[in-house]
Design a protein around this ligand. Structure first.
Ligand code: SAH
Length: 356
């Protein structure tokens, strides 16, 4: 069980079985666990005092021995054009993370962070510039969705683990998070509406395949030769594209779920017709869907996005080779849309407050 330095139990990170065990050791009846679980994961309550069907004595004991993870809403930026909302949350230890709420025709989607910072080092990504601070707990991942549900008053039907961090570098917590998020006794979000994005930690892709989740696994591919991929993503020095494709094949076979390949188009770097043809050859055997994302330039690097006409030509080439490709709608461009930009701005303000 997850504990804080004061040794209180992190209630929001517990499965119903673990919660039941805890209540039994407290000398309580089993059904109390189900009641508490419902308050936390279905009614999304924020304090023990709201749990009105528990006795005052039990609420007091819970307060003394447990805590409910909460997030401070430090800032909310709302796009003037598409209703996208970007949240900067403060964690209980003073770290900051960001989450994004997006409205689509098929429902509301939340993009969450899985770590504070990231240690993967992708050269075009703002989230990794200061390295990894720590991984998020299960409760901190869930609470991003719970807090946004409370704040917007709207149901969230899709969750993408595509914010700051490498979810498979926080594997154990990610797996519990997916179970709780999709549990019928909680928000009961369909596993098919959950997407996890990874830069490609090969051993963890095999592990995840064995969980038999019905989630979508998205692979951040971004290049079709090892040489090019290594220039963009340090992880490519550890695992070759061939090893990666073998793991993706095993994932598809084990789960029956088609994967998504994410491909950020960087002008003059990975956006030629030959790149598109290589991508089609990798995606074809897996029936993978391609998500094209014109790279969102960050000020620390001089990458530029491919021109619109190049993006369309790249998509066209893929489709001619029988591969489905979507150009990602760029929501929230006017509100620091790219990964990690809001959190970095906050950190910069703290370093030099006068420039804030
Ligand atoms: N670590 C995970 C998830 C976080 S990044 C992963 O690598 O997949 C989510 C997606 O955004 C990844 O595909 C990542 O490569 C991409 N990304 C990060 N910074 C970007 C930028 N500046 N422009 C376009 N895509 C970016």
């Amino acid at each position: 069980m997850t504990q804080t330095s004061t040794e209180k139990t992190d209630l929001k990170s517990l499965s119903l079985e673990e919660l039941t065990e805890l209540l039994l050791t407290m000398g309580e009846k089993k059904f109390r666990a189900a009641q508490i679980y419902e308050w936390v994961h279905k009614k999304l309550c924020t304090s023990f005092d709201e749990m009105t069907n528990l006795s005052a004595a039990l609420r007091e004991r819970l307060k003394e021995t447990c805590f409910l993870t909460s997030l401070g809403v430090e800032r909310v930026q709302e796009s003037a054009t598409d209703g996208t909302k970007k949240y900067l949350f403060e964690l209980q230890d003073g770290n900051y993370i960001e989450s994004v709420f997006m409205r689509y025709r098929h429902g509301n989607s939340v993009c969450i962070s899985s770590q504070v910072g990231c240690r993967m080092g992708c050269t075009f990504c703002a989230s990794t510039l200061d390295g990894l601070e720590r991984s998020l707990t299960v409760g901190e991942m869930l609470e991003q969705i719970y807090a946004i549900t409370r704040e917007t008053g709207e149901r969230v039907s899709n969750v993408v683990v595509m914010g700051t961090g490498e979810p498979l570098d926080n594997y154990d917590n990610l797996v519990i998070f997916i179970r709780l998020l999709t549990d019928e006794n909680g928000l009961h979000i369909s596993q098919r509406n959950v997407t996890v994005s990874t830069c490609g930690l090969v051993p963890r892709i095999y592990d995840l395949s064995k969980e038999h989740f019905q989630i979508t696994l998205a692979l951040s591919l971004h290049a079709v030769t090892d040489e090019k991929r290594q220039a963009l993503m340090p992880i490519a020095r550890k695992y070759s594209i061939a090893e990666l494709m073998e793991a993706c094949g095993a994932y598809f076979e084990e789960t029956g779920r088609r994967m998504t390949f994410e491909y950020s188009l960087v002008g003059g770097v990975n956006d030629s017709d030959a790149d598109a043809a290589g991508l089609a050859r990798l995606a074809g055997p897996l029936g993978a869907h391609i998500n094209l994302i014109p790279v969102n330039p960050i000020k620390e690097r001089d990458y530029r996005a491919s021109d619109r006409s190049r993006v369309l030509a790249f998509q066209n080439k893929l489709e001619k080779m029988g591969i489905n490709a979507t150009i990602r709608r760029e929501l929230g461009r006017d509100i620091d849309g790219a990964c990690g930009q809001l959190r970095r701005r906050k950190a910069e303000e703290q370093r030099c407050p006068s420039e804030g």
